[in-house]
Structures are given as C-alpha cells and as structure tokens.
Design a protein around this ligand. Structure first.
Ligand code: R5P
Length: 286
C-alpha cells in the first residue's frame, strides 16, 4: 500500500528539511474554514500531522474537515498525529448537565474518518500505550523519558517529582521519586471555569536538586504551587519539565520568578521553552 504524509501549515516545522506542507487552509470572509488537499490520496495510506493548539476550536474544525475529505475521497487508512489533544482535560463530570468534552471530541474525530489518532501525553489516558476512547483508537506516546534525561544530563542524581497523582506515570522508571498530593478547590467565580489547586508535598526535598514533571503547564498554577512548596522546603535547585506548554497568564515568566532554574516543554506547542523536539518520535513513527 502506498503511504503518504500530509502536513498542515501549522505543522510544517516537523519536516524542516523539506518545508513540507501540502494541505491548504484558508478562511472565508466570515471566518469559516476552507480546506483543500491538492495531492492524490485515493487508495493510499495517509498520515496527517496537524497541531490543534493554539486556536483549538478552529484547528479541530479544520481536522474534521480534512479527515472527512480524505475518507470520502477514498483514502484507505488515515492516521492523524495531533501532538497536543485539546479538550482532553474535560474527562470527568462534576455538575449535572456538563459536557464530557474529551469523549465528544474523540467521537467526532473517529466519526470523521480517523482510523488512529497519535498523540503525546494525553491527559485522560495517564499512561503510554494503545487505547480506545469514545470509539476512537488512540496511540499515546509519553515524552517523560526525554524530559527526565534532559535534566539528568545536567544535574547529579536529581529527585524526580510529579505535582499530582495524574502525572505519576512519568516517574515509573525512577527510583528516587516523589508524588505530591493535589486537591482542586471550588470553581472560581466569573466567566472562566477554573478550580485552584492546593498542593501537599509529603516527602523530603531539603538540599536536593529537584525536577518537577507534568503532562502540561496550562495556567501554570499547579507547577507554581509545586515550585513554591519545594522552595519553602529548602530544595537546592528546582527545574520543571512538561510535555505541553500553554503558558497562560504569563506563567513561564512567573515560574522563573518563583525560583524555577529552568523550565522546558516539547514543541507540541511552540514556545521559547520548547527544548524537546517531537521530530525523533515522529520520524520513528513514520
Ligand atoms: C492536571 O491534572 C494536569 O496534570 C496538570 O497538572 C494541569 O492540567 C496543569 O494545569 P494548570 O497549569 O492550569 O495548573
């Protein structure tokens, strides 16, 4: 079966050498999305790479249009690589009538013709491997080893820490590790939905080089609480690593100000802290 690789413009950096990007994405005057795939794909095995952040709503809509066009145009098997899967954190219901967005988004992707979704440290999966969620086959790849190795090359025997149970799978191979306890408080008032985290450490960090790892830094509140707690408890140095860096609320700067010596993330979302490239994992995959 002939295989082809398709990239959208927001992911062209993943194939730097060729500046590959063969899907045309435009907008109509009213803001609606236009998609065109100007290459022959009927009867072929297609791998599509498309970032879905920032502008997650627009990017998801583009993804659904691309997938449906591929499937209806006769592509034989379609794999979509979405490095950071948006809406993955809305995987539990707290209040009556809430939307289970993570599942709805996966159902939409599957129903649009995606045979397999490949993503990295997907929030609701909480471990590496192959899963089916919302009827969609998902391969979840963890960047934990790449993040931890980055710091192990720089620090002598650091303690590797996760700020909550959810990211504790990052530490599976670590002997010297610590899992903090995180509780989310009440929903904040106002337009945005957010529950502030409270963190309990529960292990020694005094005089140690510590590396705090998580699946993502979004508003940065979790990482900030973890950094502040380690600083108060006398850690010698504090470094932070996460797979995805959204860095809302100026949190990259705030983390450094709070005492983080270095903050790194992958290029699933491009940022000044993107030190881990997905290129290796993607090259292996393709
Ligand atoms: C939550 O369980 C995740 O693992 C992250 O800790 C969290 O989503 C980070 O969000 P924020 O940066 O807004 O605290």
């Amino acid at each position: 079966m002939e295989r082809i690789l398709l990239l959208t413009p927001n992911s062209s950096d993943f194939m730097k050498k060729t500046k590959f990007c063969n899907i045309i994405l435009k907008q109509f005057p009213d803001g609606e999305n236009y998609v065109r795939i100007p290459v022959e794909f009927a009867g072929r095995d297609v791998t599509l790479i498309h970032r879905c952040y920032p502008e997650q709503d627009r990017s998801l809509m583009q993804l659904l249009l691309i997938l449906t066009t591929l499937k209806e145009g006769g592509a034989s098997r379609v794999r979509a690589v979405v490095p950071y899967l948006p809406y993955a954190r809305q995987d539990k219901l707290f209040l009556k009538g809430e939307a289970l967005s993570s599942k709805i988004v996966c159902e939409l992707i599957g129903k649009s013709g995606c045979d397999e979704l490949i993503t990295f440290d997907c929030h609701f999966l909480k471990k590496e491997g192959e899963f089916t969620y919302g009827g969609l086959k998902i391969r979840n790849i963890s960047l934990s080893q790449q993040i931890i190795s980055y710091f192990k090359k720089k620090l002598h025997s650091p303690k590797i820490i996760s700020p909550d149970e959810g990211a504790s799978y990052f530490l599976a191979k670590e002997k010297d590790r610590g899992v903090m306890k995180k509780k989310r408080g009440e929903y904040s008032e106002g337009k945005s939905i957010y529950r502030k985290p409270e963190i309990e450490v529960g292990f020694e960090v005094k005089g140690r080089d510590v590396v705090i790892v998580d699946d993502m830094v979004s508003t940065g509140s979790t990482m900030l609480k973890a950094v502040e707690a380690c600083r108060k408890l006398g850690a010698k140095s504090i470094s932070c690593g996460a797979s995805h860096g959204l860095f809302l609320n100026n949190s990259l700067k705030r983390l450094k100000k709070a005492g983080a010596k270095e903050v790194i993330v992958s290029d699933s979302i491009k940022s000044p802290a993107s030190k881990i490239s997905l290129l290796n994992s993607l090259t292996e995959l393709l």
